[in-house]
Structure formats: structure tokens, C-alpha cells
Design a protein. Structure first.
Length: 328
């Protein structure tokens, strides 16, 4: 039995906590809101983020960092990229120096352009670190439905070992040594899901969505490679696989947010869509590296209020004709 602590009590964190508690591991779900964590622990359900999934009796909840992290052998960080650095700083005194840290959120820190692995390495330089990403809806994982993901680390031996520790009967992990590719794929697919959802919300049809998904993957692959990722990683579970799932259902927060954007709806009450924060920094990274990424660029302008959805579509369709394999 392994002591596993999940940091972050959103939908994905709750799903992973449920998954590992059901396997017999000593599992603790940690969140800072004491009242909400007590409610989850008592009611055995996360009414705010995963209301349809009853949680196993074995799962413990805590709002006390020292208690939650004491003796942890594996710590899963499941917090948004934009708040990860702050969370790491606050938990630094309590995280065991030899615990495996597993990064489970997808995004780019918009103020610095850093991925999660760089943020965590700064605070926890002694800990082994792995990145978990791939096509996975929280409700599916929490329900025990079959899911496959990629687990990457700086070194295949560490990635293999992490996969052994994180895989279950229903949750299959594939090892990779390409941390940059896994993180880039996970972050950039969120941006493309916004664009695909926007097309559907605007009533542009499934053909337009397919075009955005396909041409968007070209941008994802080229920018991902420029950021250090390997082509085969971006073609795998954490790149193309995650993109296909995220653009296929309103279960995806990014796709749902994009649909609301396309319809011109008020998005104030919508759940966090990490692609909203990643789009602008992704556009900047593409410009800095000379990557032609028109879908990312216009989406960033839409989110900044510089373009309307209709203006963006006209701009994309008016681009000079090119050979498909030549440029985006």
C-alpha cells in the first residue's frame, strides 16, 4: 500500500483520488477550503466539481497541508498552471524530499511561458518528477472506465517506474522520456479545443470543426517541436489523442467555453478553461520562434477583444492558398 496525496480538489483531482483510493492505496485528497473538504469527506461526493460520482469510503480528505502530505510517497499536483507556483511555495515545507511528484494539469504559465515541470523543479529540485497527460475525462476515470495516458519523465527508467506505480486495472500508463512534448501537447490542445468549440457554437458546422482540428494539429505539432517536443510524442496520446477527445464533447471545459464564446454568451460563471490562459502565451511563443500559427493567433486576439469570431473566420479563409504539407 502506497501513501498518495492529491493536491487540488477539482474534478480531475477528485477523479484521480477516487481512482487510487479504490485500488487500496492510502489516499488523501487535499484542498485549502476547510469547509468544502469537510463536506466532501462527510457526503462522499464533490458536489461542485464531480456531482454524479460517489467517492469511495477509503478516500480521506484534508485541508491541512502538513497532515495531508506527511509520509506521502507520491504527490499528484492537480492545480491550474497559473496558480501552481504559489501552491508549490506554500507546500514546500511539507512535501517529503524523496516523494515522486506527478504533474497532472495542462497549461502554460502566461507570465513566464513555463510549463509545470519547470515550475515544480524550481521549488523541489531534489524530488523525482513525472508528467501525466492524455485523453481522459474526469468522470470516466472516477467511474473506472478504461483510460490510457502518457507519463513522461527525464529518463525512461524513471518514467517506467512511475508508470508501474500509477497504472491500475483501468488506468493504463505509457512511459515517455519526452517531458517537453507531453507538456506542449497537453497545453496546446486546450487552445485548439477553444477554437473547435467556437466554430460549433457559431453554427459553422462539423466540417469547419474538422478543419480547425486538423489544421490546428499542424500548429500544435510545429510549435510543440519548436518547444523541444518530439514528433512521435505529439502524434501520441498526450498530443493527437488528447486533442481528438477534447474537441469531441462538451464534457471538455475548453470545448464548452469555446461554444459559449461562439454563441456570444456570458462566460462569467463557466468553469476554468485553461486554454483561455494559454492562448496568449502560446501565440507569443509561436511569434518568438517564427512558427506560423494563424489559429492560435486569431484565437488569442478574440480572447483579448481585438477580433470578433466572424472577423477571425474571414481572416483565416482569406489567407493565401498553400500546399497542404508546406505551411499552416
Amino acid at each position: 500500500m502506497t501513501r498518495i496525496t492529491i493536491v487540488g480538489a477539482g474534478a480531475w483531482g477528485t477523479a484521480l483520488a477516487s481512482l487510487y483510493a479504490r485500488t487500496g492505496n492510502e489516499t488523501v485528497l487535499y484542498g485549502r477550503d476547510a469547509a468544502r473538504m469537510a463536506e466532501i469527506g462527510t457526503d462522499r461526493i464533490n458536489a461542485r466539481y464531480l456531482p454524479a460520482i460517489p467517492l469511495p469510503a477509503e478516500l480521506r480528505t484534508s485541508s491541512m497541508a502538513e497532515e495531508a502530505l506527511a509520509g506521502a510517497r507520491i504527490v499528484l499536483f492537480v492545480v491550474p498552471a497559473q496558480s501552481l507556483a504559489t501552491v508549490c511555495d506554500s507546500l514546500a515545507p511539507f512535501v517529503p524530499h524523496d516523494a515522486l511528484l506527478v504533474l497532472c494539469s495542462k497549461g502554460i504559465e502566461r507570465s513566464t511561458g513555463r510549463f509545470a515541470s519547470a515550475i515544480v523543479a524550481e521549488t523541489f529540485p531534489e524530488n523525482p518528477v513525472a508528467v501525466l497527460s492524455g485523453p481522459s475525462f474526469a468522470a470516466d476515470v472516477a467511474s473506472g472506465l478504461p483510460t490510457a495516458v502518457t507519463v513522461a519523465a527525464n529518463g525512461l527508467d524513471l518514467a517506467d517506474a512511475a508508470c508501474e506505480r500509477l497504472s491500475t486495472d483501468t488506468f493504463r500508463c505509457y512511459a515517455s522520456g519526452d517531458v517537453a512534448g507531453v507538456e506542449a501537447g497537453g497545453a496546446l490542445k486546450n487552445v485548439m479545443a477553444l477554437a473547435a468549440g467556437m466554430a460549433i457554437g457559431r453554427g459553422l458546422g462539423e466540417s469547419a470543426k474538422a478543419a480547425i482540428l486538423t489544421r490546428g494539429f499542424v500548429e500544435l505539432r510545429r510549435l510543440g517541436e519548436a518547444l523541444g517536443g518530439q514528433p512521435e510524442t505529439l502524434m501520441g496520446l498526450s498530443g493527437l489523442g488528447d486533442l481528438v477527445l477534447t474537441c469531441s464533447s462538451a464534457q471538455s471545459r475548453n470545448f464548452a467555453y469555446g461554444m459559449a464564446l461562439g454563441r456570444g454568451e456570458d462566460r462569467t460563471g463557466l468553469k476554468l478553461a485553461e486554454g483561455v490562459h494559454s492562448a496568449g502565451i502560446a501565440a507569443r511563443l509561436a511569434r518568438e520562434r517564427g512558427i506560423d500559427a494563424p489559429i492560435i493567433a486569431v484565437l488569442a486576439q478574440i480572447l483579448n477583444g481585438e477580433l470578433s469570431v466572424d472577423e477571425a473566420m474571414r481572416m483565416l479563409l482569406a489567407r493565401p492558398l498553400r500546399r497542404e504539407a508546406e505551411t499552416a
